[in-house]
Design a protein around this ligand. Sequence first.
Ligand code: HEM
Length: 410
Amino acid sequence: MAYRRVGRGLLSVFSAPKGPQWKKMRRVVVSHVLKSAQWLLNKRLEEADNLVRYIYNQCCNNGDDHDEHKYFKSTVVLNVRDVAWQCSANVIRKMLFNRRYFGDGRKDGGPGFEEEQHVEAAHTILSHLNAFCLLKQAIETVNKYHDPIIDERINNWRSTKDENSARRKPNDLLDVLISLKDDNGNPILSAEEIKAEELMIATIDNPSNVMEWALFEMVRQPKILKRAVDEIDRVVGRDRLVRESDLSQLNYTRACARETFRLHPVATLNLPHVSLSDVTISGYFIPKGSYVLLSRAGLGRNPRVWDEPLRFKPERHLNPDSAQPVQLLEPDLRFVSFSTGRRGCPGFELGTEMTVMLLSRLIQGFNWSLPPVASTVDKSSLDYKDISNSEPLILQVEPRLAAHVYPYEP
Ligand code: HEM
């Protein structure tokens, strides 16, 4: 009960105003961008396939040449963080710009120089969101890749004759943002507003953070990994890869993702909020205008709410009496995943699908284990730190399905 009272109180400070431009963008995201989520399913699937294909290619000593007879499938050591960061970025790049690569890319599905630079800059921005500095270089790097694509696309839409433009169907989220018109037929968003959208930043870090920390915990507790693998084999089988339509049945994998949000949040603090009025929460008076920073680690590991709070125990989220799939959303704020209230994440459904899909593909497609030099993966001493300060997870990986199941891109 204690957390409920706290949760309800917190809603009154979860309403920081960000100005009319932000409200407009939030409206656009809720009413147009997220409605597009379903028709962008194929793009998400392409990137989930690419994730599996890329790791598979790393396990094969013939590089790009996909011929199963020539392949010698081997165990390789992989930097899980690099792979998770890139594939999470690929999904949102594909939905937003309809492309995986800014440059020529790589035949094996991995990132080129441009994508590595882009993802590094996006994560630099994210890890400094609470800092009072401009992060000029990282923002310039992200804009260097985004702006030319946006300018070119706007020109392209605006140079199309009006009657053709009305018939033209959006092919990605950028098209959606550009083609929005008000009742008088004028664009709803200016070029500057489109360039200022933060969908890339809003989406890039959470799914990859879950992939890395969930795998870390599962490898440390092989029984958990086995239970998740068994569930996927039971629901999906071993002759095809997980699809989004399977996700509601992968309850144990969902519980693993939820437990990762609780125990290993992507950042120590939530985004700052401002209280709009004087409010008292659990006996603490918070004056109007205060900056409120919620500790994600403090909520998710609160011993008054969570039994054995430092143990990774996905079972705690399973409810045998409920027919509903385990939710990654936590509206009572017993931990922070998508947050709640007026500023809560409008993309929680899409974010849940992306996260569970990518994690399921990693678990289904490969056997994961500690490399021989175990010291390289010992993150146990770092459990309390923000992941961005910890060492990347390095694991041994080998394919676990028949060669024909792995996606092939000529
Ligand atoms: C696993 C994936 C995701 C997680 C965990 C996540 C989590 C969050 C969190 C914690 C916030 C801050 C809420 C606050 O200030 O209290 C937020 C804001 C936001 N997210 Fe997400 N998000 C995810 C994916 C997405 C996706 C896919 C989209 C849209 C395509 C999206 C769009 C937004 C937007 C627009 C905001 C700002 C809301 C506002 O200030 O009014 N997010 N998200």
